[in-house]
Design a protein around this ligand. Structure first.
Ligand code: 3HC
Length: 345
């Protein structure tokens, strides 16, 4: 298995593939420093698994020996399956696949872990676009049981079947999803985040907006989630969905500033396992609280639920998934929506 990229997502994927498929995995990035960092992440995660008693030391040693790093794409020549997890820039991903096509065998499946880009466009200029399939994982990769399998316009039945088979071997639950912006989970999560910041930018205090969704019983608040996925990634998904689907996906100058200036949005959690609260100091980024547009917690919750309901209606019209229960399944397994609630829809 080849992993293109050695960032945080790529390193989590390298560990998972080596652990569950028991095959050699090669991770490639542009320079030695990034490759070394990616490998260090894998080794650190293995050390934690062993010290917490989740993994026998012998298994960790086997995985450590199976995960390799390189700066040379040619080292992927022997891979049967390659997944890319490079920066979310369409042209960059297209270039990676185009280069890979000249190196790997004609039957190698090329998968993308894109968060929101069109898989169809990513494959469009390849000699063999039919081998490209989306395989979208969720953070933290070891803990979230969902994988979205995206069959693009020209994806072959073989590539789709391979993606489902690989997901099963990784012990994930795969849901087939159409190649629509943000697929299922990201489309709904960033819509939710967009509504939260819209409320804040209309005068709702950040801590009120952060607490507003608590009746839903989600595992973490919206700002903690934004922090988990990485503010730059979260903002990128929100921006791409606004470009593709319109102003239902809020534009927020506050979020743009948070990303540009690297402002931390949450406070350190009070104890392990307790979700982090928003840092009230970020109110300043969004402007003063109060005024006629300010909502209370119930008002924010109502606004978010209304937006989600409208969006799910659009998703069903666009046939993003085969049935509404798959949206529930995706939100339970990909975003920790409480099992007892039956999902979101
Ligand atoms: N390997 C395997 N399993 C592990 C593990 C590891 N390294 N570490 C922990 N686990 C297991 C635990 O045993 C536990 O399982 P159990 O419930 O059967 O006992 C489970 O994983 C939860 O672990 P923790 O108790 O350590 O974690 P918390 O209960 O504190 O929950 C969380 C942490 C899973 C992150 C939870 O807060 C959550 O689900 N948050 C929502 C995350 C989310 O929405 N992710 C999607 C973001 S969108 C995205 O990533 C897409 C991208 O394109 C942007």
């Amino acid at each position: 298995v080849g992993i293109v990229g050695a960032g945080l997502m790529a390193a989590q994927l390298a560990l998972l593939f080596a652990q569950r498929l028991s095959v050699p995995v090669i991770m490639r990035d542009l320079d030695d420093e990034r490759v070394t960092q990616g490998l260090a992440h894998v080794h650190g995660a293995l050390d934690k698994l062993v010290s917490s008693g989740r993994m026998p030391a012998t298994t960790a040693d086997r995985i450590r020996a199976d995960v390799h790093g390189t700066t040379d794409l040619d080292d992927m020549a022997g891979c049967d399956f390659v997944i890319e997890a490079v920066t979310e820039i369409l042209d960059l991903k297209k270039r990676v696949f185009a280069e890979l096509e000249t190196i790997v065998s004609p039957t190698t499946v090329l998968a993308t872990n894109t968060s929101a880009l069109s898989v169809t466009r990513m494959a469009a200029d390849l000699k063999h676009p039919e081998r490209v399939v989306g395989l979208h994982f969720f953070n933290p990769v070891a803990q979230m049981p969902l994988v979205e399998v995206i069959h693009a316009e020209r994806t072959s039945i073989e590539a789709t079947a391979t993606a489902f088979a690989v997901a099963k071997k990784l012990r994930k639950t795969a849901v087939g999803v159409a190649d629509r912006p943000g697929f299922v989970v990201n489309r709904l999560l960033v819509l939710l985040l967009g509504e939260i910041v819209r409320a804040v930018e209309s005068g709702t205090p950040v801590d009120v907006a952060d607490r507003a969704l608590r009746p839903l019983g989600l595992p973490m608040g919206p700002f903690a989630l934004f922090d988990l996925v990485g503010p730059a990634v979260g903002l990128h998904v929100l921006t791409s969905l606004r470009e593709e689907l319109g102003d239902r996906f809020a534009r927020s100058e506050g979020l743009e500033r948070i990303v540009a200036e690297g402002i931390k949005v949450v406070q350190p959690p009070v104890a392990k396992g307790v979700p982090a609260d928003v840092d009230p100091a970020i109110q300043e980024v969004f402007g003063p609280a109060g005024g006629p547009g300010a909502l209370d917690e119930a008002g924010v919750l109502d606004q978010v639920l209304t937006a989600l309901t409208v969006e799910i209606g659009h998703m069903l019209d666009e046939e993003v998934v085969a049935s509404v229960s798959q949206i529930d399944l995706c939100m339970i397994l990909g975003a920790g929506w409480p099992f007892a609630s039956g999902g979101i829809a």
